[in-house]
Design a protein around this ligand. Structure first.
Ligand code: GLP
Length: 252
């Protein structure tokens, strides 16, 4: 598939991407309110979306944006951590976004990492149902793993995968190691599936830095395939890739 079939936006840095994206989020929220609905966002963790969260928080603080009716679904969570664990994505999201914006727990959703193996499948099915009950995700924000993962859909994940427990790839565990002592790096996570992500009405993937270039080049060059789960986004009708020159390489 050629790059003409999807939109690639070269940005100078994460802050520029954040301004563009938060403009879009504000516009979409106004449209949804006009339809009597709340905006439903799909959110990611990691270093990549931090500038977006900072931009949201600063616009709300300045009285330039109202997010009081937003609903959020996070992509993933490590298995084996309680929601109170400071290394959990649940705590990460609270610190960066949910607490600063005073979003109540009832409107934020993150897969529960602290469930035993026998309870996971049911929880994952309920997570999918909660997304449907909310009317589906209007805009899904994504980062990109160095190995081409989205959420924790590691290489090998299929196009029709759903929210489920997955084994983390060695590269992913290496990247996570900074937050954990070596023996404690999680081996599993719960993640929305590729099919779940592709059902979002808009998908916006962000990638910055030369360390993302191989995965981004593979993603944009196609074809869509499970060796690089992000490449399945090429099959989405409204996907945009925001990247800096270091990540885009020859695509810039
Ligand atoms: C983690 C998350 C992904 C994220 C990726 C990239 O594995 N599960 O959702 O996109 O890391 O992280 P970073 O943005 O820190 O490069």
């Amino acid at each position: 598939m050629s790059r003409q079939t999807h939109s690639v936006r070269l940005v100078s840095d994460a802050r520029e991407a954040a301004r563009i994206l938060v403009d879009e989020i504000a516009e979409l929220a106004a449209k949804r309110r006009g339809q009597g609905r709340s905006l439903v966002l799909g959110l990611a963790t990691g270093g990549t979306p931090i500038a977006v969260y900072e931009e949201l928080v600063s616009r709300v603080a300045a009285g330039r944006l109202d997010t009081s009716d937003f609903v959020a679904f996070n992509l993933d969570e490590y298995c084996g951590l309680t929601t109170a664990d400071p290394r959990s994505f649940a705590q990460w999201m609270r610190a960066r976004l949910f607490d600063p914006l005073a979003w109540p727990a009832g409107r934020t959703h993150i897969p529960a990492g602290d469930l035993g193996p026998s309870a996971r499948a049911r929880h994952c099915a309920e997570y999918e149902q909660a997304i449907r009950d909310a009317g589906g995700i209007d805009l899904q924000l994504l980062g990109l793993g160095r190995n081409g993962h989205i959420g924790f859909n590691e290489p090998g994940s299929s196009r029709d995968s759903r929210t489920r427990a997955v084994d983390l790839a060695p590269d992913t565990r290496t990247d996570a190691a900074a937050q954990f002592s070596p023996r404690e790096v999680p081996t599993q996570a719960l993640t929305m599936g590729v099919a779940t992500i592709l059902e979002a009405r808009r998908v916006r993937l962000l990638a910055f830095g030369a360390h993302k270039r191989p995965a981004l080049t593979r993603t944009l060059g196609g074809p869509a395939g499970p060796d690089c789960p992000a490449s399945f986004l090429l099959e989405h009708g409204d996907v945009q890739f925001f990247a800096d020159r270091d990540a885009l390489g020859s695509y810039s």
